[in-house]
Write a new protein. Structure first.
Length: 301
């Protein structure tokens, strides 16, 4: 079995840090991950700098990436403006996000909406219906493959448990036009819930948080249900700002260690990944959430 891992630390991981890293440093993180064999890296976010200053300079990040043929590079666009920025990065085109994304030369668009009304209103100032209409617009225009992530698919910090039927209806609307990922944004899901929803929706991937120490069990459950794509973050960096005291995403090196031990192929050099987390710890000046980068990649002789 071969699993595709997408490392989201350059975007989802760093966007919640108190310190804003320079674009060249963020690009260096992307380059290190790619050199370790990570097949997909979420490299940048094409949002307004005043809204998320940690993600300022997305075009500069993309320009500094040393492209590798065996790595797919994606960027997040929350709306049509973000998509345009991604596509147009480095070119003299308008500054709307969608156009920025398309012009950046990245390989894939990451787009997200929430499964609940309140989260969409708090995070994007629009209703669930409006968010889906906006997604339709981006998908109709997209010149690139799209990964469509449904956030708070299992639980919402404002509305509690999420009806699986609502998530299934969203998936049905978009599944024929995008790669679908289900996100446990605040880390409340359990393996049986993940297995059930992945089986019901046929989602290709899962984005899991280890907030309540269920993230890695949930990853195995997602794979058991048929998923072949898992998001993870170097060092376990990141976390939902709406989840009090939340820990971050599942750590890429911890996930790779687990999958390697289970005989599941990722194509990733675990030692190089551990070195990247050690480097990132030094850059940020604090201990990260992951375990394997501290304990070391160990294999029985």
């Amino acid at each position: 079995m071969r699993v595709t891992i997408c490392d989201v630390s350059p975007r989802d991981g760093l966007q919640n840090e108190a310190e804003t890293l320079e674009p060249v440093t963020r690009a260096l993180l992307v380059n290190r991950l790619a050199a370790a064999g990570v097949p997909r890296v979420e490299a940048a976010s094409f949002v307004r700098a005043e809204a998320v200053p940690q993600m300022a300079g997305a075009e500069e990040v993309v320009a500094a990436i040393e492209r590798r043929a065996d790595t797919e590079y994606s960027g997040l666009a929350l709306n049509e403006r973000g998509y345009e920025r991604l596509v147009a990065s480095g070119l003299d085109r308008n500054e709307r996000g969608y156009e920025r994304l398309v012009a950046s030369g990245l390989d894939r668009v990451d787009y997200t909406l929430a499964a609940t009304e309140t989260f969409n209103q708090r995070n994007g100032n629009r209703s669930l219906a409006e968010a889906q209409d906006a997604a339709d617009s981006v998908l109709q225009r997209s010149e690139l493959p799209v990964t469509f992530t449904i956030s708070v698919a299992f639980g919402c910090p404002f509305e509690g448990r999420v009806d699986p039927g609502v998530v299934a209806a969203i998936v049905e609307r978009f599944a024929d036009r995008a790669e679908i990922v289900l996100a446990d944004t605040i880390g409340v899901a359990t393996p049986s819930q993940v297995r059930s929803l992945v089986e019901r929706t046929g989602a290709r991937g899962a984005h899991l948080h280890n907030t309540r120490n269920t993230g890695y069990a949930n990853a195995l459950a997602a794979l058991d249900a048929g998923a072949t794509l898992l998001d993870a973050s170097c060092g376990g960096l990141g976390g939902c700002p709406y989840a009090p005291r939340a820990t971050g995403n599942i750590a890429t090196e911890d996930l790779v260690y687990l999958l390697d031990g289970e005989g599941i192929d990722t194509g990733i050099d675990l030692d190089a990944l551990v070195e990247t987390s050690v480097w990132l710890e030094g850059v940020l000046g604090r201990r990260l959430e992951g375990y394997v980068y501290r304990a070391g990649a160990w294999a029985a002789s």
